[in-house]
Design a protein around this ligand. Structure first.
Ligand SMILES: [Zn+2]
Length: 176
């Protein structure tokens, strides 16, 4: 597929991951991380922390994900995708030097953090696949968002947001 222009590096990396790893839904984030040589550690931290990314010279990069019961699986997946974003986007920012990103609910929304979120959204919910499944489920608009959230391995909240971003109408969840 010859695409000459990418909106951002985040888009480029997400696209590359899908192309080179022949990904399927829901995206196998463990595979993406391992192909990039990243060690992923899952453990319980204090609630504030979602995850972190650490790179030290001469050692494999590390991602740690908080497995606290307050972090549902879909949230952990989004955090892991976000941390992989830190790895990819950090390569060019400061090659060879130390990198540490701590992600908490209070992490300030810098350009880097927004780009990592953007990467996570594109990696987990590529536009073409979203449109495909959205159309495929048009007979079931009531439950479409929930079914899609399950298929893509994201929260219903993240899916609604993605659908709105792509101007795809979302049914109001309020029941009469
Ligand atoms: Zn971050």
């Amino acid at each position: 597929m010859a695409r000459l222009h990418f909106q951002s590096e985040a888009e480029l990396y997400a696209h590359k991951a899908w192309e080179t790893l022949k990904l399927e839904l829901p995206v196998d984030l463990g595979l993406v991380a391992s192909r990039l040589g990243i060690e992923v550690h899952e453990r319980e931290f204090i609630d504030d922390i979602d995850g972190l990314y650490m790179r030290l010279p001469g050692a494999p990069p590390i991602i740690a994900i908080n497995t606290s019961y307050t972090k549902p699986l879909s949230r952990r997946r989004f955090t892991l995708a976000h941390e992989i974003g830190h790895h990819l986007l950090g390569v060019r920012v400061s090659p060879g030097s130390r990198l540490l990103f701590f992600d908490t609910s209070k992490t300030s929304r810098t350009m880097m953090e927004r780009a990592c979120d953007h990467f996570a959204v594109l990696l987990l919910m590529p536009e073409a696949l979203i449109r495909h499944h959205y159309t495929e489920l048009s007979y079931n608009a009531e439950q479409r968002t929930g079914i899609m959230a399950e298929r893509f391995g994201v929260s219903a909240w993240a899916m609604r947001r993605r659908l709105r971003e792509l101007s795809l109408p979302v049914k109001n969840w309020r029941r009469a």
